[in-house]
Design a protein around this ligand. Sequence first.
Ligand code: AMP
Ligand code: MG
Length: 497
Amino acid sequence: MNRCTDPLHQLDLGLTWRNSFSQLGEDFYTPVSPQPLPAPYWVGSSRAMARELGLEASWLDSKDLLEALSGNCAIAGTRPLASVYSGHQFGVWAGQLGDGRAILLGETTAGLELQLKGAGLTPYSRMADGRAVLRSSIREFLCSEAMHGLQVPSTRALCVTGSDAPIYRETMETAAVLTRLAPSFVRFGHFEHFSYRGQLDQLKVLADYVIDRFYPQCRASDKFSGNAYAALLEAVNERTAQLVAQWQALGFCHGVMNTDNMSILGLTIDYGPFQFLDAYRSDHICNHSDTQGRYAFNQQPNIAYWNLFCLGQALLPLIVEPELALAALEPFKALFPREFERRMRAKLGLSDSDVQDPAGDRMLIQDILQLLARDGVDYSIFWRRLSHCVADATSEPVRDLFLDRSAFVAWWLRYEKRLSSSSPTQASGLMLKTNPKFVLRNHLAEQAIQSAKMKDFSLVDKLLTVLESPFEEHPAYAQFAAFPPDWAHSIQISCSS
Ligand code: AMP
Ligand code: MG
């Protein structure tokens, strides 16, 4: 018997559950229990996340929680389900998708939904196995918490549990389950699903649910002639523009920005073939399967806008007037560059209150990005070094990163002049809080994965430590802030997970 369906095996975590999504009714999901995972073990866990969830940290050492989060035992108060959604994948309508391997356990009264990713088959698994491999689960676990440390909106992760159960991808791998959390896992694709099927009552129920829980201000807005659905579209538009501006400033490439991987809350969601840039290349493609470069780094803002149009199209039956939908989408064009420039200025130590020549600042930003690209300079190391150089009033440690040093020095002189009105300590202080010392580079994740395959999980834990506070120096872990090794260039990350 599946112990998860046995009421005698319900684990009480001491949390209170509300499960608001399950109250929407079964047009939106199918109740489904996680499938047991044989002989699970802990791979990694976040104490910080447990605290935020209101879970005693000692649970993370317990066998009971290990079993429960591996799908071997039910959690009292939860109502496990897999939700249905559709989406556009690589620009093409893909029809029904849904939670093919993620099972939503429920929502705590603290407002966080808990999902087990890789917990087995659901009615939406299509031809796949409902599982996730250790490799991709470690990547998502670390990157979710890294994003949170970088103050980028993201789904969160509590832990990864692993098993020796074999899972076949390109080669034989092993299974893992990621416990992830978010206020909601609703995607653009949830709206597309009901809209494309003409299920307008369900579309309205979903939109009302999202507005009531997350965007109540949309009901009060008299913008768009009081049309709350247009206001919702505008609010999601704004959050998405801000999110992608943060990605671009940090050098984060998502890799699979399909509409089913776009959060209605503007969170980074569904970590697959993502990458933080090593050497700066504006047209970098991190997803080995993305042969056309649709999701190349510099395409992300355009793709976000394209996806927002899909959301607008899906909401149109509720918004009714196309002009209102267009008006709700329009602000992206001004908002994205404004947010991006603001974040890039902060990277340069330039405060918001001191912008006299926006065009001049824009040139300063564009020119340094061009120099970084031309010489293939490491993106994160450049910004962190620059932060220290400003405090020390010397350009040498950054200059040495460039092949064309004189071109850099010419830029530095312009930059020094622009900075002259601010205090170097203040500018450098802002920069050290903006330019992280630690990002989850592919090779770091890869090293943690290789060790974990040998049952050594210490690297997962150490990386989590630095990534949770990436602006701190962590002198004992300087190796995680070093240049990537040569083999890093040959890592190929595909959609396979
Ligand atoms: P992704 O590319 O991970 O965003 O997944 C796209 C769709 O495929 C979603 O509906 C997933 O739930 C589903 N999917 C991906 N991998 C699996 C798997 N191993 N088993 C079942 N469904 C999967
Ligand atoms: Mg997905």
